[in-house]
Design a protein around this ligand. Structure first.
Ligand code: ZN
Length: 278
């Protein structure tokens, strides 16, 4: 069944940022912290410079985006987080220290949620929040924790390429071909060089044309420490400018799309999701 976008649009386009700076590295090395500055500084480029350049680019295109931020980043870079909110962008949750959910008990995950929401409250940002799980890792019991915290949608899974329901949660699916990390993430010890920006954007252009043909959701996911680098920004700007005025595209944010899906499909199609089936 073809997903019915509003106003006769052929597809929806959401630009999202996972603004996680060094938190994934700190989580992954928590048992054996090295103190080595190489990857830490590489990632800190995101909250120091990359995010500001991306915000300038979005402003120049009059574009609102969805930004998912771990609580530890909110506490360390409050000015950047406030600027994101003041620019009218949506802010969503992304763990506290980018914890991988499969490493946590439900109680530990609930503590992470509490700490994340209180970090947001300290900079004046209130829910309801959407959620994107760190490393796109989720469990059925974690979904129930999210429901308990009143999370308005999840955006971490790939079971469709249009909005759907999983358990009692609206899911706004992501997908690996639309994640900058699989192309750009080069850290000391990586086995292959990063993909050239023009090739990455060329691939995203094809995905966008495909989304239009199959009437799906183009959920782009970028990380400021990766996509905030200068040449990559130039390439991204070219892509966004080419499609910004396309009348067939609904440019939206995750919270708006989740609201649309809830209103339009409280039951019926896109709802028949059987957990536990292969
Ligand atoms: Zn992340």
């Amino acid at each position: 069944m073809i997903y019915p976008w509003p106003d006769g649009k052929k597809m929806a386009c959401i630009i999202s940022l996972d603004f996680d700076g060094a938190t994934p590295y700190l989580w992954n090395t928590r048992q054996n912290p090295t103190g080595a500055l190489g990857e830490l500084e590489l990632r800190r480029f995101g909250p120091r410079q990359g995010i500001w350049r991306l915000l300038d680019l979005f402003k120049s295109l009059d574009l609102r985006v969805s930004v998912y931020i771990p609580g530890a980043i909110v506490g360390s870079y409050p000015d950047a987080v406030k600027a994101i909110a003041e620019n009218g962008h949506e802010i969503g949750l992304h763990g506290f220290m980018h914890e991988h959910i499969r490493d946590l008990s439900d109680v530990e995950f609930a503590v992470s949620m509490e700490k994340s929401m209180s970090a947001m409250a300290k900079v004046g940002i209130d829910g309801p929040f959407g959620f994107r799980s760190p490393a796109w890792d989720l469990t059925e019991s974690a979904l129930m924790v999210l429901e308990r915290f009143g999370v308005s949608y999840d955006s971490s899974l790939m079971g469709f390429d249009q909005p759907y329901w999983i358990s009692k949660m609206v899911e706004l699916p992501v997908q690996w071909p639309l994640d900058d990390a699989i192309f750009y993430r080069y850290v000391p010890g990586s086995m292959w060089p990063p993909v050239r920006a023009e090739d990455v954007v060329g691939s995203w252009r094809l995905e966008l044309e495909g989304a239009k043909r199959y009437q799906s959701l183009f959920m782009l996911t970028m990380h400021p420490w990766l996509s905030g680098r200068s040449g990559r920004l130039v390439a991204l700007e070219g892509l966004l400018k080419d499609y910004r005025d396309d009348p067939e595209i609904w440019w939206t944010t995750s919270d708006e799309l989740a609201h649309y899906h809830r209103q339009r499909f409280p039951e019926g199609p896109f709802h028949d999701i059987r957990l536990g089936s292969p």
